[in-house]
Design a protein around this ligand. Structure first.
Ligand code: TRP
Length: 447
């Protein structure tokens, strides 16, 4: 049976960009920039994205398209008889862990769409809006319903296949997301006092840059670009053999970075214009922004626009994680797509329940001193993704035949030799060394 793939180049780019653009860009990036010194953080972030992000992404593309399978199967096909497929196994595990806590936050977003539509923020004091959030996330069943509902939504899309499910969904949601975020930017940047926020985002103040913010910038670049665990590898296996992988990766990276900056430009000017603290952390979009919307002319509409946008972003990312598990089950264990989706969705939703309840009834249940949510988050961004990134680079740089890498990058044609050398140099040495540094930093070696 022929393997299903993306139907068009546009579809492939939208799917990859859909995976990359997510809560990481709109929820995490503005608060990371907000709490790590604004412009200086952004410069370091941009450096990592372009110097390390693109080569690591290309490496994932090379493995996935050459292997023509899910991560587990691709490693098995490319290096038969070795144990590299264990790394592919790690991908499936990582996808489940990331998606289980991602679903928690995505579920909150759905509740906030409902709040926005019901005009719930209207006329509340900032304290009240804070309480609204903390009461909601600690409730014992409401966040669960939304989280499980979100997972079911992902399941329905994935069940419908690569073309009819993933591609169809991203082709409508991603362009809509772009339009919505541009609308928000226009609104935010024309507020009185917006300039302060833009200055914060774009004018670097290096005195605020600590070693830790550099590590955060590298971690954020991996998370935001969906790197390090085989999600893009899986999608790359659906890209047609004739497409130029380099040009696709540059487009995806630029789109992802652009959305992060646009999100910063929508959120920070509003935050400054209304005099709230930009380093509010993870609460920024759920507590700070509703206050801002309430104080804005036509804030009712902007609130809805924002949370719908956040939902689209979360959904197109979440399905890329679910697809990793489903591709594994169908290709390696010969499940039908329907049962593979049902099983993956069920297991991940169940794990996600632990994360969702971390803010309420299971708040005191900790592993290594962290709640399930925090443990899953820290384990994946600080450990699994960087380790995965190192393995991916080492595999392409040292294990694959140079000719196979060349032939994949050139799609069977020609590839500029200078560029190929730079790529190989980065994946052999620069990226693994730099990533090892974040990893050591994350474990606290440099503290
Ligand atoms: N990149 C997505 C975001 O920014 C999240 C995501 C999707 C992800 N797939 C991933 C993160 C794979 C790491 C690995 O929200």
């Amino acid at each position: 049976m022929a393997r299903e793939g993306f139907g068009s180049r546009f579809g492939a780019i939208m799917a990859l960009a859909g995976s990359a653009v997510g809560l990481g860009n709109i929820w995490k990036f503005p608060y990371e920039a907000g709490s790590n010194g604004g412009g200086a953080f952004m410069l370091v972030y941009l450096f990592f994205v372009f110097v390390i992000g693109i080569p690591v992404m290309l490496s994932e593309f090379v493995i996935g398209r050459r292997g023509q399978r899910n991560p587990f199967g691709s490693f098995k096909t490319l290096t038969p008889g070795t144990r590299w497929f264990w790394f592919g196994g790690l991908s499936i595990f990582a996808a489940a862990i990331i998606l289980s806590y991602y679903g928690t936050v995505a579920g909150w977003t759905l509740e906030y769409v409902a709040y926005a539509i019901g005009d719930t923020f209207h006329g509340r004091s900032s304290e009240d809006i804070g309480l609204l959030f903390s009461d909601f996330v600690s409730n014992s069943y409401k966040p669960l319903l939304w989280q499980v509902g979100f997972m079911v939504l992902c399941g329905i899309i994935i069940m419908s296949g690569v073309k009819n499910g993933i591609e169809r969904c991203v082709k409508t949601m991603m362009p809509a997301l772009f339009v919505l975020i541009l609308l928000l930017d226009i609104r935010a940047c024309t507020l009185d006092g917006a300039a302060e926020g833009l200055k914060f985002l774009f004018v670097p103040d290096f005195s605020k840059l600590t070693f830790n913010s550099v590590l955060n910038a590298l971690g954020q670049s991996f998370f935001s670009l969906s790197l390090g665990m085989g999600a893009l590898m899986t999608y790359a296996s659906y890209i047609s053999r004739n497409e130029n992988l380099t040009s696709i990766s540059v487009r995806v990276v630029v789109a992802d970075t652009f959305v992060s900056i646009l999100a910063g430009m929508a959120i920070l000017p509003a935050v400054f214009a209304f005099g709230v603290d930009p380093s509010a952390g993870p609460n920024l979009v759920y507590i700070t922004l509703p206050q801002v919307f309430d104080a804005m002319p036509l804030g009712y509409v902007w609130g809805i626009v924002f949370f719908v946008l956040l939902t689209f972003a979360a959904l197109t990312s979440a399905i890329s994680l679910l697809e990793v598990c489903v591709a594994y089950l169908t290709e390696e264990l010969k499940f039908k797509r329907l049962s593979a989706t049902a099983l993956s969705t069920g297991v991940i939703a169940a794990l996600g329940v632990l994360c969702t309840l971390s803010f309420g009834p299971m708040r005191d249940f900790t592993i290594f001193g962290r709640t399930f949510f925090d443990a899953f988050d820290a384990l994946s961004s600080n450990i699994v993704l960087p380790v995965g990134g190192i393995f991916i680079c080492l595999f392409v740089g040292w294990k694959m035949k140079t000719m196979s890498v060349y032939s994949e990058l050139s799609s069977g044609g020609r590839y500029p030799m200078g560029m190929f050398r730079i790529f190989m140099f980065i994946v052999k040495y620069v990226a693994p060394a730099a990533i090892l540094l974040i990893l050591l930093g994350a474990i606290g070696i440099f503290k």
